[in-house]
Design a protein around this ligand. Structure first.
Ligand code: DHB
Length: 308
């Protein structure tokens, strides 16, 4: 039994897509609704529709992926319309918001608030792929200002999608800021490891076109960094719910995110490569692993990571 709950809402299982993957158009979102995913999230939206960066802008690799999509999306009104028609009895829907400025975020968040939907807001503080737009998650002063204004304007529970951090001082500082906001209910760790560079030996070239080949990494490259961030914020933010994201390709990886303290687990690169049927496979593998270990419910091990 993989049943769980998220902010009081029951879910059939803890799996969902990672924002950006299989969720830009209504037909893709519909496929996630029809899949066995326990929840789904829409593509990070901006005020207006965007084409995104030049192609090729995503490349699958033996150990993961690199992308510099550049926020191609239909504009926030499209996703609010989708959210207005969603059947929330069937599974929860998250709306990812990634406005290009604080003002844009406030406009979108006000519209989401006024729509009075049971959707969850995931405020993206960590898109690494728009030139000239630094990630608020890497500027703690900007992050605090974004949160102060969004938390006040939105008033309802919401969450943030964070970039990966790599230093205990940054875990401590980020957690201290997040803990100031009572209606910041959940934290999604992690976005891609930003601005990696993949080089093809044969062609002596980069593999994606935007930004001279620099792009966000996903897949095997990021799993240990994702687990570190999930567990670092799980330890530091006891009042908040953690969503794990990064490097999930098997049921064992889902199990590791849950052990580290995640309540829900998102799938990005592997969903991009395998399609929505991946949720059947991951649940099958997680169930088998739990049975082998003698666990019948996720709550028996979630957050119970052992240390040496
Ligand atoms: C994009 C990438 C991200 O990692 C993100 O959080 C939002 C948008 C993109 O390039 O489209």
């Amino acid at each position: 039994d993989l049943a769980t709950s998220f902010l009081e809402q029951p879910l059939d299982n803890p799996l969902m897509n990672a924002a950006g993957v299989w969720c830009t158009l209504a037909a893709q979102l519909d496929a996630l609704v029809e899949s066995s995913a326990g929840a789904l999230v829409t593509k990070s939206c901006t005020l207006s529709r965007r084409d995104g960066n030049a192609e090729p802008r995503y490349r699958a690799l033996p150990l993961g992926s690199i992308n510099s999509m550049g926020l191609p999306n239909e504009g926030y009104a499209y996703y609010l319309d989708y959210a207005a028609c969603h059947d929330y009895e069937r599974k929860p829907l998250f709306v990812s918001v990634s406005g290009l400025s604080l003002d844009d975020n406030l406009t979108i968040v006000a519209a989401l608030r006024e729509a009075v939907l049971p959707a969850f807001l995931e405020l993206n503080l960590s898109c690494p792929n728009v030139e000239g737009k630094p990630q608020p998650g890497y500027d703690f002063e900007a992050m605090d200002q974004f949160l102060a204004e969004v938390a006040t304007a939105y008033r309802r529970p919401f969450g943030v999608k964070l970039p990966p951090y790599f230093d205990f001082v940054h875990f401590d500082t980020a957690a201290e800021i997040l803990n100031r906001y009572d209606n910041l209910a959940f934290i999604t760790c992690i976005n891609s490891i930003g601005n990696g560079l993949v080089i093809d030996t044969d062609s002596e070239s980069t593999v994606i076109r935007p930004k001279d080949g620099f792009g966000g990494l996903g897949g095997d490259y990021v799993l240990p960094t994702a687990l570190a961030n999930v567990n670092a914020f799980y330890r530091r933010c006891p009042g908040k719910t953690i969503i794990g994201c990064g490097g999930v390709q098997t049921g064992a990886h889902v199990f590791q995110h849950l052990l580290a303290g995640a309540t829900l687990v998102q799938v990005g690169t592997a969903l991009h490569e395998e399609g929505p049927s991946i949720f059947d496979r991951l649940q099958h593998e997680l169930r088998e692993l739990m049975a082998k270990k003698g666990y019948s419910r996720i709550e028996e091990f979630r957050g119970r990571l052992k240390t040496l």
